[in-house]
Design a protein around this ligand. Structure first.
Ligand code: SF4
Length: 380
């Protein structure tokens, strides 16, 4: 569980293949004569903790850290006022897709910090919110990055599957960190995997996401389709890149038996976001839906999906105390997800605040956004 290696200046430990702990060599050598490596790794204060996959600082979100699991888009729980809760345990991605809406991966220019949530803290908070939401809740593991990089995924899924009121557990993934063993660990607890496959030819896959292990992902798709977990294939249609791949992906999904309980495909239209990557040609929603209708007729499969197709219905959301345009105060607890941003705790919520102040400072901020319980502010 704890690998170790060294650079010129640092002793490096890697916990569970993702959490990289870096300690200056001279400090480590001094301490190692008196303490065990496990003790040093846990207690040495000036260590750097990084996400091994992205190389960014990794903030451990524990109950003791005092960082709430509501309010932020990069970690915690997102409640958009339905019976579906988005569960975000880790940020950061192993790919660098040219169409990524959150500019993820090691090549990101906008993301500065990653977050990982303690599984016990997540479990305790999920128990409370599911209790508030009532029966028939879907927990959907997703995130700004790849959820299967979370090293406690299988253990957490097992625990949450026992929560009364949880009816469906699903996950969005690029599939790369998964394997036969991990799928078998999720079987019987996870109901659906939304697997993103945006190309079936090596040439197009390489253009969309350099270094993409296409063969592995195809094998994984077949493995999931043959397991007790339902498979939904979720390509992103990037005009000018993978137009010819879409019908091939539809045929593939139908051939391998995706969609036993849920729809087999969830084709998404590429949308250029402000802080995402921009690529490809533009396609209007009208054109997108017309093309989907045409494929629906051709293949006899439902491609235009509605929340009802997944049993999603409106439910009251957790109330937050913020109003757009008003000023609140809070304390900065860590670096922010993006450059020029800090993570601030205010009124029991996590808030992403545009700020140049330091960790530990108390600040005042104006709220810029509260939609879907994601709170964003700007220091005033
Ligand atoms: S699109 Fe998904 S898989 Fe690709 S880099 Fe972004 S988060 Fe990762």
């Amino acid at each position: 569980m704890l690998e170790e290696r060294e650079s010129k200046e640092e002793k490096i430990f890697v916990l569970r293949n993702i959490i990289e702990i870096r300690i200056p060599k001279k400090d480590y050598e001094r301490l190692s004569s008196r303490y065990s490596k496990e003790y040093i790794v846990s207690n040495y204060e000036n260590k750097r903790v990084l996400n091994k996959v992205t190389g960014r600082e990794l903030v451990f979100v524990t109950k003791e850290s005092g960082i709430p699991l509501f309010g932020h888009s990069a970690f915690g729980i997102i409640d958009r006022g339905t019976n579906l809760l988005q569960v975000r345990c880790i940020s950061g991605c192993n790919l660098n897709c040219v169409f990524c809406s959150v500019d993820e991966g090691r090549k990101s220019r906008t993301r500065k910090t990653d977050f990982i949530v303690d599984p016990d803290y997540m479990l305790e908070t999920l128990r409370e919110i599911v209790n508030f939401k009532g029966e028939g809740v879907e927990l959907h593991f997703d995130g700004q990055g790849e959820p299967a990089l979370y090293p406690y995924l299988e253990a957490l899924v097992e625990e949450v599957s026992r929560i009364k009121g949880v009816e469906v557990i699903s996950m969005q993934t690029n599939g790369i960190p998964l394997n036969e063993y991990r799928i078998s660990q999720l079987e019987g607890k996870m109901d659906r995997i939304n697997l993103s496959i945006s190309a079936l030819s090596q040439e197009v896959a390489k253009k969309l996401h350099p270094g993409y292990p296409l063969k592995k992902v195809i094998e994984l798709a077949e493995m999931i389709a043959n397991s007790k977990i339902d498979l939904l294939i979720a390509p992103v249609w990037v005009p000018g890149y993978n137009d010819e791949e879409i019908p091939k992906i539809i045929e593939f999904a139908l051939k391998i038996g995706a969609g036993k309980r849920f729809p087999p495909l969830g084709i998404q239209k590429y949308i250029p976001y402000r802080f995402g990557r921009k690529t490809g040609k533009s396609m209007s929603f009208r054109e997108f839906y017309e093309k989907l209708e045409q494929y629906e007729r051709e293949y006899g499969v439902k491609l235009i999906l509605k929340p009802e197709d997944f049993g999603i219905e409106k439910r009251p959301s957790l109330r937050h105390p913020f109003k757009k345009g008003e000023v609140y105060s809070g304390r900065i607890v860590s670096e922010g997800r993006m450059h020029g941003e800090k993570l601030c705790v205010s009124n029991g919520w996590s808030v992403a605040v545009i700020s140049e102040s330091k960790i530990g400072d108390f600040i005042k901020f104006e709220v810029l956004r509260t939609k879907d319980g994601i709170i964003v502010g700007k220091e005033v």
